[in-house]
Design a binder for this molecule. Structure first.
Ligand code: AVJ
Length: 328
């Protein structure tokens, strides 16, 4: 007998069940980025309160030539988590001023984002050679080894900030393993600043970040047959100074029970109980240096905006011999 309807259970279902049955409850922040979530994130990047994207873009516009000069030439540019590559053309133009051929490899998990990235870059730099790479970082960085020649690897937008320190270091270490002496990494990090600036960036007046956060429940309703009542969850954004991170939660306003049909899971909420959906680490220059050092990189140069709200850091593969031993 063939079943009438086959509903595929998504790969992430077990992670969701584990997160919602844990204490405290958690959900993986990668679930934000379905089609609607990605559109909401793009909307966030244009909000007055959300300074990181705008600030990083300003630094790139003003200092790309210096960055590319420091990286050396000729180089191929590889961008991890490129998305639709809205910030990259400035840097690629600086590359084009120093070498004949511009080679750009945007890497992302989303094929639709990569198509847009390629169209955008070829519109901005008609001669550029763009080769998208569809990859999930969970499967390692094997693709880096397949790109010939000297490389500049970009990891922009403070995407690294979603990872706890140990996971961030292990990700960077895996990148490091695929690079050679002449290669370089350009890492974007959001810097520690007043909570009066940080909190509104993650809790905007228009409520776009709230919608972005709640989209995770909407998605689970749709893809796992759940019945979350979105109106009975509050968006919460808090600064945790001890761990140097913004923490994002969804807080249940009442006692309630939610059922996930596809996984046959029942989840109970007490009034005020939270689901932890995201961390966004904020760095000092010392934290950046340490993170790079324990990953086998050495920091060569950093660029900041005037207020030092955001940093872009050029790192090289550290010489193993001289590397400072890992001790805290
Ligand atoms: C995409 C991880 C850089 O942490 O600022 C924005 C995601 N979450 N607003 C960030 C996010 C809520 C963003 N990153």
């Amino acid at each position: 007998m063939i079943a009438r309807e086959l509903v595929a259970i998504p790969d992430y279902a077990q992670e969701v069940v584990r997160g919602l049955t844990a204490r405290p409850k958690t959900l993986p922040c990668k679930l934000f980025y379905d089609e609607r979530g990605s559109a909401l994130f793009e909307e966030i990047t244009r909000l007055t309160e959300y300074y990181p994207t705008r600030t990083e873009f300003e630094i790139l516009q003003q200092r790309s030539s210096e960055m590319v000069q420091a990286a050396g030439s000729p180089i191929s540019v590889v961008e991890l988590g490129a998305g639709t590559a809205t910030k990259t053309s400035t840097l690629l133009r600086a590359v084009a001023r120093r070498q004949i051929r511009v080679r750009y490899f945007p890497v992302d998990i989303s094929p639709t984002a990569l198509t847009e990235a390629k169209e955008r870059v070829q519109r901005d730099l008609p001669g550029a050679h763009v080769q998208p790479v569809i990859a999930d970082f969970g499967n390692g960085f094997h693709f880096l080894g397949e790109i010939p020649g000297r490389k500049l690897v970009l990891y922009l937008g403070s995407s690294i900030g979603n990872f706890d320190p140990d996971d961030a270091a292990s990700l960077l270490r895996k990148v490091r393993e695929r690079l050679s002496e002449a290669d370089a990494l350009l890492l974007g990090t959001d810097m520690v600043k007043s909570p009066r600036v940080l909190v509104p960036a993650y809790d905007d007046a228009q409520g776009v970040t709230e919608q972005f956060n709640k989209n995770i429940l909407w998605r689970i309703n749709r893809e796992l047959g759940a019945n979350f009542d979105l109106d009975s969850f509050h968006h919460i954004a808090e600064w945790n100074p001890r761990r140097s991170r913004m923490e994002i939660y969804l807080e249940s306003t009442r006692a309630q029970t939610v059922v996930l049909k596809l996984t046959r899971t029942t989840v109970k909420f007490a009034p005020g109980e939270r689901i932890h959906t995201e961390n966004s680490y904020k760095y000092t220059l010392e934290m950046v240096e340490r993170m790079l050092c324990v990953s086998g990189f050495s920091l060569e140069k950093s660029w900041f905006d005037r207020r030092k709200w955001f940093g872009l850091h050029l790192a090289r593969v550290g010489k193993t011999r001289n590397r400072i031993p890992m001790s805290f």
